[in-house]
Write a protein that binds this ligand. Structure first.
Ligand code: ZN
Length: 73
């Protein structure tokens, strides 16, 4: 069974130096943009709960910037 953004059991966090169980699969570019160093070379990176929290915290600012940048109204 595959659900978008949800990791199959057994995947580990791709953040450098972290070996916790993965919770989410995120686009690697987005993860790097959130200042998280990942060891994965694929399009998607696996993040554990803690790093996903960190990612969300960091990417929130990016999202705000993007929204401002692309806001045409
Ligand atoms: Zn992690």
């Amino acid at each position: 069974m595959y659900f978008m953004g949800v990791i199959s059991k057994g995947a580990k966090c791709n953040v450098d130096g972290c070996d916790k169980d993965g919770a989410r699969s995120i686009n690697t570019t987005k993860v790097e943009n959130a200042n998280l160093r990942v060891t994965s070379v694929g399009k998607k990176s696996v993040l554990c709960k803690e790093h996903y929290k960190e990612y969300k915290k960091e990417s929130k600012e990016d999202r705000d910037l993007e929204r401002a940048r692309f806001d045409k109204f």
